[in-house]
Design a binder for this molecule. Structure first.
Ligand code: HEC
Ligand code: HEC
Length: 302
């Protein structure tokens, strides 16, 4: 994949994976027939193509940049994907396993997510009939759609291709993956102590369990900032200001952190846990323990 360059963050199914006690569960659809590969390749092309915005100025990748694990170092965008609030741009990895999407989990499929920014006036602002006209009159897209779906561009095939590409973005071969697969010599002392803290006293595993390092559930961690989060969909008091637990994979590339990008680095994240109102997450760590935990967290990135 040409855009990855030397920073290989992402592995497709075709990669060999080391067996580990924390294998990713099998997905329903794992066949690699040629139309599947054609759909993923087409989705990749669409993801990077500014043709999907009204003035051909932005693509999905303008916000979800591959070198930042498909997130962005710019923290806040005006409410996008139909969200009323300014939110941080999340990483897009291992989403094939996510049961719901967006910080409040309001969208059930990647097809629905991919539909939302294209027509949204805050984002790409392109009416679908115009997009289909553009793609149908394009020099290469009609034949790529034919190869992938047997039909030309339609709203359904556009979002299906985008979703298939996003489902193919996976991150598995980190140092941690090799460590738990038996290569214990890959971790230094600090990283081993950090892994023990993560699975023990610091209680991080309870919401960020391996191998995805997210439970895909919703919790309130930070002081309420006016963004209701999950409460918009599930109006129980404990859901006020609750957001989907983010994965901790690729953290080295995805700062700033939290739903509004309020933590610039991992130190600031751990400080937030020292004062959180959430008793399941509240943990005070010594300076040394914090350093160990951060050393471990970074093994999930490469
Ligand atoms: C203007 C910046 C911007 C553009 C353009 C954009 N996104 Fe997003 N994306 C975001 C932000 C911000 C969020 C988080 C929004 C929220 O949860 O309310 C997000 C969330 C997502 C998510 C949810 C991830 C998760 O873990 O639940 C997916 C998937 C996604 N975007 C895919 C796309 C695709 C595909 C495109 C192009 C068709 C696209 N985005 C275009 C900014 C953008
Ligand atoms: C009760 C569940 C829970 C526990 C326990 C928990 N987290 Fe979180 N974590 C979350 C949620 C939810 C968020 C997103 C919060 C937000 O943005 O408002 C989050 C966000 C993060 C982020 C920011 C990731 C990003 O991409 O923005 C990091 C890093 C993190 N947690 C690390 C940890 C560590 C380390 C521990 C153990 C000390 C831990 N978490 C314990 C639920 C939890």
């Amino acid at each position: 994949m040409k855009f990855l360059g030397p920073l290989v963050l992402v592995f497709l199914w075709s990669c060999q994976r080391t067996p580990s006690p924390f294998e990713f569960p099998r997905l329903k659809e794992e066949t690699q027939d040629s139309s599947k590969l054609a759909r993923v390749a087409l989705g990749e092309k669409l993801f990077f193509d500014p043709l999907l915005s009204i003035d051909t100025s932005i693509s999905c990748a303008s916000c979800h940049q591959p070198k930042f694990a498909f997130s962005s170092p710019q923290p806040l965008k005006d409410g996008v994907h139909g969200s009323p609030a300014k939110r941080n741009i999340p990483v897009l990895i291992n989403l094939a396993w996510s049961p719901h999407f967006m910080f409040e989990g309001g969208l059930p499929t990647l097809e629905r997510v991919s539909l939302s920014p294209i027509q949204d006036s805050m984002e790409m602002n392109l009416p679908f009939p115009l997009l289909i006209d553009r793609l149908s009159g394009h020099s290469v897209y009609p034949s790529l759609f034919k190869k992938a779906f047997g039909v030309g561009p339609t709203p359904a095939t556009v979002v299906r291709a985008l979703a298939d590409f996003q489902r193919s973005i996976q991150s598995t071969q980190t140092r941690w993956d090799s460590f738990v697969a038996g290569r214990v010599e890959l971790f230094n002392d600090a990283e081993k102590k950090g892994w023990q803290l993560f699975m023990g006293k610091a209680k991080c595993y309870s919401c960020h369990p391996p191998p995805f390092f997210t439970d895909f559930q919703f919790h309130s961690i930070l002081p309420y900032d006016g963004d209701d989060g999950r409460y918009r969909i599930d109006p129980r008091p404990e859901m006020k200001g609750a957001f989907k637990t983010p994965t901790l994979r690729q953290l080295a590339f995805s700062a700033p952190y939290f739903h509004r990008g309020t933590a610039a680095n991992l130190d600031e994240v751990l400080n937030a846990y020292a004062s959180t109102h959430n008793s399941n997450a509240n943990v005070r760590l010594s300076k040394e323990e914090k350093a160990h935990l951060i050393a471990f967290l970074l093994t999930l990135s490469r």
